[in-house]
Design a protein around this ligand. Structure first.
Ligand SMILES: Cc1cc2nc3c(=O)[nH]c(=O)nc-3n(C[C@H](O)[C@H](O)[C@H](O)COP(=O)(O)OP(=O)(O)OC[C@H]3O[C@@H](n4cnc5c(N)ncnc54)[C@H](O)[C@@H]3O)c2cc1C
Length: 430
C-alpha cells in the first residue's frame, strides 16, 4: 500500500494543471490513498489514458486496467499537419509503454462489448468478463451516418471524414496528393456539438497551405453547419492574408445542413446550399458519444452522456464515470485538452471517494491551438469553475484580433510545445 498525504495530493493536482481552490480537508486523517480498489478505464485516448495514468499517480495501490483495442494511438491533434504534408503519421503516433512501465497501468488490448452496471462487470470481445469497483468510460465519438442519406462507414472510404486519425488521415492525404491542379476540395463540417469545433477551420487552412504550394489553381469549398462566429471571423481574416481567393466559406447552418451524399459522383446536397460537386469530398458527419456509451445506457436522447460536472459520475448509471468527447461538459469544448483535464479531475474524484474524502474545488484549464500555416497560429483558452454544480467560464478567450506576424509565429511555437507536453502527460512518458 502506498499512502500519500493531503499535501502531496494537492501538489499533484497542481502539477497536473488542475488547481485546487480549497483549503479544506480532503480526507479524515489526511490520508488519501490505499483503497486497493479495482478501477477499469475503457478507451485509451486523451481522456482514458490520462485518467488511468493519474489514478496510479494519485494512488499507486489502486489496481488500474486500461482497455483499448489498438496497440498505438494516433492523435487527431496535429493530424491536419499530416494532411498538409508538414508532419508524418509517425509524429502523431504514440504507444502505451509509458503508462505501463512508468505508472503500472495494466493494459488489455481489446474492445468492450457490454457493461453490466448492476453486476459491476464488463464483457470483452475475446469473451472474457472483467469486474470493477469503479469504471471510467472515455470512448470518444461515433458518427450519425443515418442523418445524411448516402453517407456510411463504407462510403467514407471514398469520401473520407478523417475525424478519427489513422487510415482515414492517410486516405485523405493520398487523395490530396493525387488531385490535379485546378481541382476542388469540399470540406463539409457538421453542426455542433462535435469533436474539436475549430479543427475544420484549421483543416481548411492547412489544406490551402498544401494546395498553394503544389496546386495553386485549386479551390476549397467549405460548407460549415456551425455557421458564423467570432472565432471563424479570425480565421477568415487569416485566409484573406494567406490564401486570398482560395477558400470559399458557405454558411451551412440552419436549413443549409448537408442531407445527402453521393459517393459515385462525389457530390453533396444541402437544403439551401444545393448540389455541390468536388474532386475530393471530406464529409465530416454529425456525431454522438462512442457506441459503447449507448450500449451501456450512459447516453440520453441527445446521444451524449449526462454527468456530474464535478466528478464526471454518470447521471444514469452508478459507479461509472464518463469523460472526454462522450460526456456533456459544456461550456468546455470537446477537445483533447478538455478530455485530458477531465481525466485528471475524474481520477482525483475517484481516489478521494474511494478513501472516504471530499473532492476539493478545482479549476478546469484548457487551450486549443490551430495552425493556419506552420508559422501562423490562433488559439483559444478557457478557465472554468463550478457554480451551483454547473461549469462556468471564468477566464480565457481567443487570440488577439490584431497581432503581428511575430505573435502568430509565437503561437505556432506554443502549439508545438503544447502538443509535446500533452502527449507526454497523456501517455505517461517521462
Ligand atoms: C482534425 C482534428 C484536430 C484536433 N485537434 C485538436 C487540438 O489541436 N487540440 C485538442 O485539444 N483537441 C483536438 N482535437 C480533438 C481531440 O482529438 C478529441 O477531443 C479527443 O481525442 C477526445 O478524447 P477522448 O478520450 O474523448 O476520445 P479519443 O481520444 O478518441 O479516445 C477514445 C478511445 O476509446 C477507444 N474505444 C472506443 N470504444 C471502445 C470500446 N468499446 N472498448 C475499448 N476501447 C474503446 C478508441 O479506440 C479510442 O482509442 C482534434 C480533433 C480532430 C478531429
Amino acid at each position: 500500500m502506498n499512502q500519500i498525504n493531503r499535501r502531496k495530493f494537492i501538489k499533484l493536482l497542481g502539477a497536473a494543471g488542475v488547481a485546487s481552490t480549497t483549503s479544506g480537508l480532503i480526507l479524515p486523517g489526511g490520508a488519501i490513498a490505499g483503497s486497493k480498489a479495482r478501477v477499469v478505464v475503457v478507451g485509451g485516448g486523451f481522456g482514458g489514458a490520462t485518467c488511468a495514468c493519474y489514478l496510479r499517480r494519485y494512488d499507486s495501490s489502486l489496481d488500474v486496467t486500461l482497455i483499448e483495442p489498438n496497440n498505438q494511438f494516433i492523435t487527431c491533434p496535429f493530424s491536419n499537419t499530416v494532411l498538409a504534408g508538414i508532419k508524418s503519421l509517425d509524429f502523431i503516433t504514440h504507444n502505451y509503454d509509458g503508462l505501463h512501465k512508468n505508472y503500472g497501468v495494466k493494459i488489455i488490448h481489446d474492445t468492450v462489448i457490454s457493461i453490466d452496471a448492476t453486476a459491476k462487470n464488463l464483457k470483452l470481445k475475446n469473451g472474457k468478463t472483467l469486474k470493477y469497483d469503479k469504471l471510467v468510460v472515455s470512448p470518444g465519438i461515433s458518427f450519425n451516418w443515418d442523418e445524411i442519406e448516402g453517407a456510411s462507414e463504407e462510403n467514407s472510404k471514398i469520401m473520407p471524414h478523417a475525424w478519427k486519425a489513422g487510415t482515414q488521415t492517410t486516405l485523405l492525404r493520398k487523395q490530396l496528393e493525387a488531385m490535379k491542379d485546378g481541382g476542388k476540395v469540399i470540406i463539409a463540417a457538421p453542426r455542433k456539438p462535435f469533436r474539436a469545433p475549430p479543427a475544420p477551420y484549421e483543416r481548411a487552412s492547412l489544406i490551402a497551405y498544401y494546395l498553394k504550394k503544389t496546386k495553386p489553381s485549386s479551390k476549397i469549398l467549405f460548407v460549415d453547419s456551425s455557421g458564423d462566429s467570432e472565432e471563424l471571423a479570425m480565421f477568415r481574416k487569416g485566409w484573406e492574408k494567406l490564401y486570398k481567393g482560395m477558400i470559399e466559406w458557405v454558411d451551412g447552418s440552419e436549413q443549409g445542413e448537408i442531407i445527402s451524399a453521393d459517393a459515385k459522383t462525389l457530390s453533396l446536397t444541402g437544403r439551401t446550399v444545393g448540389n455541390l460537386k468536388g474532386d475530393i469530398v471530406n464529409l465530416i458527419p454529425p456525431q454522438r458519444a462512442g457506441d459503447i456509451a449507448r450500449v451501456a445506457g450512459l447516453t440520453d436522447k441527445s446521444g451524449w452522456c449526462p454527468v456530474s460536472q464535478q466528478n464526471f459520475a454518470s447521471r444514469l448509471q452508478k459507479d461509472i464515470h464518463v469523460i472526454g468527447d462522450a460526456c456533456i461538459a459544456d461550456p468546455m469544448q470537446k477537445t483533447g485538452h478538455s478530455a485530458n483535464t477531465q481525466g485528471k479531475i475524474c481520477a482525483a474524484a475517484i481516489v478521494t471517494e474511494l478513501s472516504g474524502g471530499t473532492m476539493p474545488d478545482v479549476t478546469y484549464n484548457v487551450s486549443i491551438y490551430s495552425l493556419l500555416n506552420p508559422k501562423y497560429a490562433l488559439s483559444s483558452a478557457g478557465v472554468y469553475r463550478l457554480k451551483n454544480g454547473k461549469l462556468k467560464q471564468v477566464a480565457g478567450g481567443l487570440s488577439a484580433k490584431k497581432a503581428s506576424r511575430k505573435t502568430r509565429l509565437k503561437e505556432a511555437r506554443f502549439a508545438s510545445g503544447w502538443y509535446k507536453g500533452i502527449t507526454m502527460d497523456t501517455f505517461g512518458k517521462t
